[in-house]
Design a protein around this ligand. Structure first.
Ligand code: ADP
Ligand code: MG
Length: 541
């Protein structure tokens, strides 16, 4: 037998109400998104001559009446005819936005799923809708529903174009009758929406000078050529009022094969403990979605600040889905590439400035090189190390060239001599320098992890810390480490262990069979552990 599954509406409503969004405050984002959509639709229709007449002030008003226990959202957008109300509101999961998009491509519409409107019932005991379509001849209509499958729908006295939604806030949701709570939600989700939004409380004196709560024209939606350095810096300050001036930024702008705009800032960082993650905010058509961008931005770039806006990232789905989403993966790759290209560009065009910023930049670059092989490939060209003697910077290639004859070990590997503590190791540094060796600084928390990692990733390079015995004889040190295992066996063992422990980002060292050392040692740098903890990624200590 074949047939159709029947849905019992009485049962489905409570489920929608309960599980639609775990966060009840989302209802306001959804209703305002609808108001914005209705306004944008009107603009689209007007631009092609389908909507006629004056558009008027296209503001959105959010009004709170704590006494009456209502919250209302009013727009001057397309409105709905009686037929449309029946089609869009009486039919759960029927998205007018989707329908509109299929007809008028490229319109910046937020809606998708046709469920957003119902989120109103998470916080309301009754929802009323008063609406007038932009089709002037259509009568105004009234719709009301208490969250059961029964509704009222009838014509009312003529209203001006647009829609007013009145929420009667339910007993469990009284928090949404507090002005500060509503302001907080508006600030969070609506800060950069493209239509001006005003918030008023009932009884409040109307203020002629009242300003919208949002910036309708955030700079990431503009063309880079229209923007000045000051614009970027001011916007940074708007986002992070207490932040220091960022080092530089990348304006993202792509419309194929996915749509993405945004600005990523490289913040000034002196110490790795100053790093704050989760500073990137994700938007969809200027609606705030989340500041948890873990799967969208590669881990090492979560150190950046700024905004990513993409309507192509699925918003209301689970994390595990997000990870597998092809768009998300493409976006991740794109951002990594963009950041790599930008660093490369600055390095090539303005090396002095790149070197000047290395103290902060080095952290991103090294972290990226450790965790992302695609990035490593690019970064190999602009990664630099600083000579402790004269502060001169060397790329890997430059260092190799400068030390070609002196600093090679028995296996022909280039030896990079480094210091982790210039004061304590001063005597050794001096001695090394007298021999003509170049000692570079590797003093920060990430350097230990970096060195361990590059030992494996860079062929022909061996890091050696300046120490007594090295200074005496660079080559000797290598010989003392002789293992009873062959080079091949050592490599095999190393690969095997690295393969088994990738999530730890551990460094595997094969010590060989010596009576006083364990044959294989896996070390996980403190730095990586902390970074992981900060990012909330599992793994433990
Ligand atoms: P979506 O926005 O994903 O399409 P919603 O459940 O949020 O789904 O809304 C359903 C539909 O109801 C919208 O697509 C739109 O056609 C209509 N609608 C909702 N709010 C408004 C409004 N303020 N003005 C005009 N139409 C609206
Ligand atoms: Mg919607």
């Amino acid at each position: 037998q074949k047939g159709q599954i029947r849905v019992q509406t009485e049962n489905i409503f409570p489920i929608i109400k309960k599980f639609l969004y775990s966060d009840h405050e989302i209802f306001l984002r959804e209703l305002i998104s609808n108001a914005v959509d209705a306004t944008q639709k009107l603009k689209t229709l007007a631009s092609i001559g389908e909507a006629k007449g004056e558009l008027g002030d296209l503001r959105i008003d959010v009004e709170l009446d704590a006494k009456e226990k209502t919250l209302s959202i009013t727009d001057h957008g397309v409105g709905m005819t009686k037929e449309e109300v029946d089609k869009y509101l009486n039919q759960v999961a029927f998205s007018g936005a989707e329908e509109f998009l299929s007809k008028y491509k490229d319109a910046n519409i937020i809606g998708h799923f046709g469920l957003g409107f119902y989120s109103a019932f998470m916080v309301s005991s009754r929802v009323e809708v008063l609406t007038q379509s932009y089709h002037e001849e259509a009568p105004s209509v009234y719709w009301s529903c208490d969250g059961s499958p029964e509704f009222e729908l009838y014509e009312i006295e003529k209203r001006s174009r647009g829609t007013k939604i009145i929420l009667h806030i339910n007993e469990d949701s009284q928090e949404f009758l507090e002005a500060n709570r509503i302001k907080g939600i508006l600030e969070k989700f609506c800060r950069f929406l493209p239509v001006p939004i005003y918030f008023t409380e009932a009884g409040e004196k109307l203020d002629e000078e009242q300003k919208p709560i949002n910036n309708t024209n955030p700079i990431w939606t503009k063309k880079p050529s229209e923007l000045t350095t000051e614009d970027y810096q001011n916007f940074y300050r708007e986002l992070y009022p207490f932040g220091e001036t960022p080092l530089f930024w990348i304006h993202l702008n792509v419309d194929y094969p996915f749509n993405l705009t945004g600005i990523l800032y490289f913040p000034k960082i002196k110490q790795s403990y100053e790093i704050q993650k989760d500073k990137i905010q994700l938007y969809s058509n200027q609606v705030f979605v989340t500041d948890e961008v873990k799967d969208i931005v590669p881990e090492f770039l979560m150190l950046l600040h700024g905004i990513i806006d993409s309507p192509d990232i699925p918003l209301n789905v689970s994390r595990s889905y997000l990870q597998g989403d092809p768009n998300v993966r493409k976006i991740n790759t794109y951002i990594t590439k963009k950041v790599g290209d930008k660093l490369d560009e600055i390095f090539r065009n303005d090396r002095p400035s790149f070197e000047e910023k290395w103290e902060s930049l080095g952290l991103f670059v090294k972290y990226g090189m450790i965790t992302d092989d695609k990035f490593l490939e690019k970064a190999n060209k602009f990664f630099i190390m600083q000579d402790i003697k004269d502060n001169k910077f060397y790329t890997l290639e430059e260092y190799k060239m400068a030390t070609e004859t002196l600093q090679k070990n028995k296996e022909g590997k280039h030896v990079i001599l480094y210091t982790t503590d210039p004061v304590q190791q001063d005597a050794y540094i001096q001695a090394s320098q007298q021999r003509g060796y170049i000692v570079v600084k590797m003093e920060t928390l990430i350097d230990a992890a970096f060195i361990n990692n590059m030992e494996m990733k860079w062929e022909n390079v061996h890091f050696v810390r300046v120490d007594a015995d090295i200074v005496d004889n660079l080559i000797d040190k290598q010989e003392k480490n002789e293992s009873v295992l062959s080079k091949e066996e050592t490599e095999q063992l190393q690969q095997l262990f690295s393969f088994e422990l990738p999530q730890l980002h551990a460094t595997v060292e094969v010590k060989g069979l010596s009576p006083d050392t364990p044959p294989v040692v896996a070390t996980r740098p403190e730095f990586m552990r902390r970074m992981k903890d900060m990012a909330g990624i599992g793994g433990g200590g």
